[in-house]
Design a protein around this ligand. Sequence first.
Ligand code: GLU
Length: 475
Amino acid sequence: MSDQNKIVRFAPSPTGHLHIGGSRTALFNYLFAKKEEGKFVLRIEDTDKERSTDEMTKEIIEGLDWLGLKSDDIPWMQSKYIDTHVELANKLLSENKAYRCFCSQEETEARRVKDGKVQFFMYDRYCLKLSPKEIEERLKNNDPFVLRFKIPEGETKFKDRIHKEIKSNNREIDDFVLLRSDGTPTYQLSVVSDDVSMNITDVIRGDDHISNTFKQILLFLALGKKPPRFSHLPLIMGADKKKLSKRHGETSILEFRKNGYLPEALVTYLSHLSWSPNDHKKIYSLKELINDFNFSAISKNSPIFDYDKLNFLNSKAIKEKDPVKIIEILFNDSEFKAKYESRGSEKLLSLIELVKPRMKKVHDFIHQFDIYLSEELIYDDAEFKKLNTESGNMINLIEGLRAGFETITDFTEENLEKLLRGYAEKKGIKAGEIIHPLRFALTNTTVSPSIFEILIFLGKEKVLARISGFVDFLK
Ligand code: GLU
């Protein structure tokens, strides 16, 4: 039993889109918090005023909402707490744990490279050696300065939940800047200050932050605070083993939504990246993932983002999705809604059921609506070629079949099957030889659901009209 309720944060900077990597970080934070019956909080790190935008903040929140990763508190806006960050820095200064550095970049650079030889890699602590008198004079002179953290001697180590023990000799850590010369706090300071204020118990973030973690742990200790427990998730790669980027396909979460993915497919797939639920082929709800989730089973190896696997899960999620919900998503497009709403929900729901098994993306339905609900079908030569049958005899065959349909009053599967099989037998052909052109006549495609389901869905009147249209096309 832990002695403290777990509180984690997902802390994106609103300087760019919410990507796959960030979403996976958010998901793992969320799953960890929920599993521990703790709290998951969104923190927007918006202190970089030049690069942060309100639109990005909105987009990040919208993306997380879409995935179902709701923050347990209202988002913590980092820029509101700048005064606290600065206060902490000044406290460190007063305790001699930080010092003013008056060196300009040029001055440091001039000492760093002498006669073409690099003398040191990190800041050389020139200003740490200034006497109180010198400092006083430079302050009087209004010389600009930054505040640097004085890295103590020794070694810093932490037990990462994923990478196990990681350590660094403090000699390898730079006296990093806490406050810039304009008095604004840096990333390291703001993160630690907020983590302290928010009582964060566990930090779960990408591998790329490991070097920051040493600095941040030293800051926590200097402030007399217990550092949170850290976990670093491995970077996600594309199929070419390079860092996942635009080149590989969609990367922003809202782009996936726009391109017809369902959030349950994406969430399930994100959970496969460095960890894996019991059943690889199942669509998991967040609740089921929480149940299955086992943080200690997360691998430290970089996972590959595999679009094929995601696509497989997406078509599965579509099959399992309530048709009412699918229509809701499709009707977010007002033009589409205006076009089809009047058809009545019963018709639309049965169409969704009819074509659902073949759909890979949500917007694949749009084309199907056009096929099955439009008044007139425009036949496509290229598509027709795929039929690969000679059209010579086809006109006769299909016209004969049309006459047969005319005699049926009730379009049931039984009646239709009897007619089709009987007709093929009478003509001395295989049923397929008439079903393929019929399918094309009714849908302008060579692949579709069962022919009987299509006939029933379209109904007698439309079936007859489409066959006539097809005959015109053949002629
Ligand atoms: N704002 C940082 C980023 O977007 C994350 C900070 C953290 O998780 O500590 O990379």
